[in-house]
Design a protein around this ligand. Structure first.
Ligand code: GLN
Length: 487
């Protein structure tokens, strides 16, 4: 039962084939047997989950038929959860118990989803491998010597290993899509402003966006129906009504115009991954789509622009962790300055400090024009490339990542790690929606196909991904977890 998609579980719950309590127990058992090995969860909420499950069962018995009622979920530990530790993967917040729920969390609570726990992540969502977490690295269920991707690595591993039915993630430069690709699951980053950021711990405010990490595009649509929509508490959340994301899933792809960016099939892409993507593209042709090569001429500037904008915003956002208000405080400070210095030196890890230093430098008087303003101009060029592309095509497709999951410790050079997001970052800079779905694996490791849409074209993207999954089985492949309980 636990291997099912959220949509299938919803049907089983509605048909009374299983109760939410039974389901929740089954996931909690699975977490008990595998979490030590995978380290996907930082916090498990066993007792409250069972309580929520029983209440969901009562509601169903009373006639409530909300689709996700009683379906167990995990939230990335970047979302504030009332009364539950919310660490953001950092020592700085290792003991922080949030006094309120993020809007995303509140929406899932209202929908009756059962919260199993909070998932591991790169510290403050900075990373592409889940190795910067204060709580230790997450392991990839397909090969536990490898990383699951990051920064939403815990959510990705938990979904891939059936430690939950669905999970939330956040994506600032690729953190939903790249771990989804490495872990063989579906990950969807909506357009900037489609999902509320209220109560989601800020990394880079103009780029951060929450989205679903799950087992199918259909599940992503069900989750988006809960997550998306205007939130008066977040001024950057679009005041545009959300779609019914399941309504268009069955639309035909006949006549769909797909653009293949030359720059996403260039040097640096592994030949095996390229072959897997090209084979998948031929499936779309069978479904009536046409494919043409397009140009995203400024794509090569995206990583550099991002690594000015994101650290600049992070340096401002992270100034709030000062040891005064909440979170970590150093022992026995001699004076205020000593407290600030030691709290931040001891509370943050190396990658976070690196970003704060880069960001502070980029924003400092005299350098602002040279770095931040220039990066914002590049950002506009990148958006213009997409605007031009979407005049001719409906979606843009390429690989999510240049290669499959790498081994833990394999990338010690920060710049090599930054280049992991070479195909995903431009989408955040342009504020667009993007989804990663599994295609044919390479040497037993998952490969993700990246589908990008125009702004607020969430329904179109989910339709394209769902039709692909209806006609292929790659998203149904499961890892066999060695060294622990076999799946
Ligand atoms: N890997 C990128 C970074 O480290 C993106 C992270 C993210 O999307 N949260 O900043």
């Amino acid at each position: 039962m636990i291997e099912k998609t959220a949509a299938e579980l919803s049907a089983s719950l509605a048909a009374r084939e299983v109760s939410s309590e039974e389901l929740t127990r089954a996931y909690l058992d699975r977490i008990s047997s595998l979490n030590e090995q995978l380290n996907a969860y930082i916090t498990v909420c066993a007792e409250s989950a069972l309580e929520q499950a029983r209440s969901a069962d009562e509601k169903r018995a009373a006639g409530d038929s909300s689709p996700l009622l009683g379906v167990p979920i995990a939230h990335k530990d970047i979302f504030c959860t009332n009364g539950v530790t919310t660490t953001c993967g950092s020592r700085m917040l290792h003991n922080f118990v949030a006094p309120y729920d993020a809007t995303v969390v509140e929406n899932f609570n209202k929908a009756g989803a059962v919260l199993l726990g909070k998932t591991n992540m790169d510290e403050f969502a900075m990373g592409s491998s889940n190795e910067t977490s204060y709580f230790g690295p997450v392991r990839n269920p397909w090969d536990t010597k490898r990383v699951p991707g990051g920064s939403s690595g815990g959510s990705a591993a938990a979904v891939a290993a059936d430690l939950c039915a669905m999970a939330t993630g956040t994506d600032t430069g690729g953190s939903i899509r790249q771990p989804a690709a490495f872990s063989g699951i579906t990950g969807f980053k909506p357009s900037y402003g489609r999902v509320s950021r209220w109560g989601m711990i800020a990394f880079a405010s103009s780029l951060d966006q929450a989205g679903p990490i799950c087992k199918s595009a259909e599940d992503a649509a069900l989750m988006m129906n809960v997550m998306a929509g205007h939130d008066p508490k977040d001024s950057t959340c679009a005041n545009i009504p959300a779609d019914d994301y399941t309504a268009g899933l069955e639309n035909s792809l006949s006549g769909l115009r797909i653009g293949i960016p030359k720059q996403h099939f260039a040097e640096g892409l592994s030949a095996d991954v390229e072959q897997s993507i090209r084979d998948a593209l031929s499936e779309f042709e069978k479904l009536g789509a046409t494919i043409k090569e397009i140009e995203l001429p400024n794509n090569h500037l995206s990583v550099s622009a991002y690594y000015v904008v994101a650290p600049a915003e992070a340096s401002a956002n992270l100034s709030r962790y000062d040891g005064v208000r909440y979170g970590y405080r150093c022992e026995d400070p001699v004076d205020l300055e000593d407290m600030y210095k030691r709290t931040r030196s001891e509370g943050f890890g190396d990658e976070v400090k690196r970003r704060i230093m880069v960001g502070t430098y980029a924003l400092s008087a005299g350098f602002y024009d040279a770095y931040y303003r220039k990066a914002q101009k590049v950002r506009r060029l990148i958006k213009n490339d997409f605007d031009l592309a979407f005049k001719d095509v409906d979606v843009v497709i390429g690989p999510t990542s240049p290669h499959t999951a790498f081994e833990l410790g394999a990338k010690s050079d920060p710049v090599a790690m930054y280049l992991e997001d070479i195909y995903t970052i431009a989408v955040n800079l342009a504020g667009l929606p993007g989804i990663s779905i599994p295609v044919a694996p390479v040497a037993g490791l998952p490969v993700g196909m990246h589908i990008v849409g125009d702004v607020f074209a969430e329904s179109k993207l989910l339709n394209v991904a769902h039709q692909f999954q209806k006609h292929t089985d790659w998203h149904k492949l499961k890892p066999v977890i060695t060294g622990g309980e076999a799946s």
